[in-house]
Design a protein around this ligand. Sequence first.
Ligand SMILES: [Zn+2]
Ligand SMILES: [Zn+2]
Ligand SMILES: [Zn+2]
Ligand SMILES: [Zn+2]
Length: 318
Amino acid sequence: MESSIECISIQDGVREDEILNTHSFSQFSSSKPSHNSNLNGGVSAPPASVHELLECPVCTNSMYPPIHQCHNGHTLCSTCKVRVHNRCPTCRQELGDIRCLALEKVAESLELPCKHNSLGCPEIFPYYSKLKHEAICSFRPYNCPYAGSECSVAGDIQCLVTHLRDDHKVDMHSGCTFNHRYVKSNPRDVENATWMLTVFHCFGRYFCLHFEAFQLGTAPVYMAFLRFMGDEMEARNFSYSLEVGGNGRKLIWEGTPRSIRDGHRKVRDSHDGLIIQRNMALFFSGGAKDELKLRVMGRIWKEPQNPDGGACIPNLFS
Ligand SMILES: [Zn+2]
Ligand SMILES: [Zn+2]
Ligand SMILES: [Zn+2]
Ligand SMILES: [Zn+2]
């Protein structure tokens, strides 16, 4: 099920009919030629008008090489060019394959803010370093951490928390200790399953508790692990423990939560969490063969200083 919520406006989502009906290009075609006088003077902060000149009239993102133009000189970014099926969205003539080299040179010479500046990133870069930075920018939006569905929502942490609560209806808990019971009837019928995510709010941060069933080699197992809603550097400031047990036995896992930048699948495949063999989980459930009733107790705490904690992340498949 696709969610209707969009935390950030995704410019790439422009539909073709919207492209062809756009009116923003009129602004572009009225650009004054006097802008060019600023380009050769070694001006470190070009006037906003140059940025306007480089604004794609369709998606309004900054244009970078390759920049395309039609026979009448209307320019277009390469992303939008693919979408308009070879028709200039401004004059509707055939677009052809003409590059606008002059504008490309201008684009390369400019320093521009990171595209996540509206999310708080203050960095400014020449184009190519900007692209590299944006891929790893710590302000870039996070993907929805919900594992049970193909969810395309992205945004900052607060926005994702609201989305998880309102759209995925996840359990939200306050506090740094928890005691959770995972139930499944006929657990032997299931080889792969994902339980409802639980979100914990403590130390002013959010954590996601995952519980999944999968096949580890030939052995059916359950796995519980925690992910931190924030970046990996900050995740290292926290530790957590998980405990399952019963009938005089127990298993304890202690670890560093993984950032939600790492997909739940990646964390699962690196076995970075509490793994319980199915027979043991059923034993902990009270010995019933046909029902899983596994109580997972846990605690999250803040490390006083943990500069190296979690710096080395297990990855059994690399
Ligand atoms: Zn565009
Ligand atoms: Zn045109
Ligand atoms: Zn940035
Ligand atoms: Zn989602």
